[in-house]
Design a protein around this ligand. Sequence first.
Ligand SMILES: Nc1ncnc2c1ncn2[C@@H]1O[C@H](COP(=O)(O)OP(=O)(O)OP(=O)(O)O)[C@@H](O)[C@H]1O
Ligand SMILES: [Mg+2]
Length: 579
Amino acid sequence: MTSETGKKVIFKLFKYVILYWPYFFSTLLFLIFSVVLSLVPPWLIQYGVDNVISAGDKNLLILLTFIMIGVSLTKGVVDFFQRYLSEIATQKVIHRLRSDLYQNLNRLSFFFYDESKTGDIISRITSDTETLRRFFSFVTVNIIANVATIIGVLVVLLSWSYQLAILYVFILPFMFHAMKKYSTRVSPVYKKSRARLASLTDNVQETFSTIETVKLLGGEDYEEKIFDHENNSFRDTNIKAGRISAFWMPYVDFLLGAATSLVIFFGGWMTIRGEISIGILLGFTSYLAILTRPIRQTGMMMNLVFRAIAGGERIFELLEEEPEIKDKPSAIDLPQIKGKVEYKNVSFSYPGGEKVLSNVNFTVFPGETLAIVGPTGAGKTSLVHLLPRFYNLTKGKILIDDYDINDVKITTLRNQIGIIMQHDMLFSTTIRDNISYGNQKATNKEIIDCARLARIHDFVTSLPQGYDTQVGEKGVKLSGGEVQRIIIARLLLQDPGLIIMDESTSNLDEKIESEIQEALKELFKGRTVFIIAHRLWTIKEADKILVVKDGSLVEEGNHNELINKKSGVYKNMIKGLEV
Ligand SMILES: Nc1ncnc2c1ncn2[C@@H]1O[C@H](COP(=O)(O)OP(=O)(O)OP(=O)(O)O)[C@@H](O)[C@H]1O
Ligand SMILES: [Mg+2]
């Protein structure tokens, strides 16, 4: 990390601080007040020794004691407000950062998710923001307090004796030099440690999200080995950081001890020569004791600063990641669609990949069902994913109702397209919320009507908790057919003009199959449908069939036309489905 990026990160963080400036400003006021109060006791010691004890004034001694207690008490109250306010300020900044991160993650395109690891994203949202939290609630506060203390002590010393002040100024650079050395050694190691942690998180996340496969293939030992490797390098990196820190901390302590001894020697010398009073010598040594803490802390602070910068860098990287696919400045709302779709010379390749589609041309008219068939890997899913602009075309144009999809606002485009994926999953919430996901304003009646049409209502009401049944990870486990029908109900409620369905190849029993068939017929009514079909009935009933092979359209027509084609690609494929 260069100091340049460090400065940039701090500057960007500062912009967040400005948003909540009243909290930060009042924290600062309480903080300065607290520092001033912490400087009072040594001054009182000096006054007490020189003017009260030596004069034998008992009443003044009692008064002085009460003043000391009062100062401590006030400092306690001030510290309470300072800590409380700084926590509020910090939590507000971190909360804001976290939600900005989450919002941006939602905006990002499939390109981004194809290339990034979930564990890494999670660790940026959780542990990197945590580093920043510590930076704000602990580091900044301490750095300000320490600087204020160092300056405050200097002011009091100057008022006592300029020789002592010079001595004091003279030893400070040694301390800070040691601390700087410490931080330049440790910070790169900490940066590495953060990267290792992210990689470890990622490994765990990946293993357990594919745990079924791991167990099925007996991959536990293999996974353990990989985990061990990650775990070991995380440990080794942290031990290295620990070793560097273990060496430099005592070194700083030694310098501190030596400096204090020197000061006491010179101070004692001046006292003997009558240049300063005993009270001042005592006060001075008390100040040195107060200073030990800030100086010792500097190293740890620097450390946390570097960590925060590393964490901040990772956070802003994600925050500033621009979605590959976004609205043109001139984008317009796509009006309610009728459902005509044209692909014109469409070619497409994934970033850095080979051509997946080349020169695809076809037109679908409103209300038509288009079946897309072809061997696995032919490019069927890629073909339909271009329509809601999950990816940008490499060449060519796609028009919906004569609007180029690149010229309209993405939300108005996607709102009007309903998708049933190859392996759809429900959200971990109630059945009702799953159905109303695309249309939060739907009434209960509308939800039930759609569930009826989707042939899932009877099943839902047979569950003890009906529509309030929790599904997903912590809830009721549903079969593939049930999930599909809930999704069909969701789409019926969303009421998009265009449906894309990537049919799953899984075989369902006949009764469920026919229920799904009925549900789908309801859904397809009056809508343009793109269906990647594996079932004979869907293919046969389609108005138009596209046969895709190696990214090109090889045949096009309806079932009767294609079955008689000489090239016979479709004919051979259908034979496979009929058995
Ligand atoms: N996100 C991606 N990044 C890079 N390449 C991809 C991506 N998704 C698919 N591909 C590649 O694009 C080609 C076409 O894939 P696609 O998923 O469109 O095929 P498909 O016809 O839907 O196959 P299937 O019937 O198995 O679902 C394949 O070679 C695949 O490896
Ligand atoms: Mg596919």
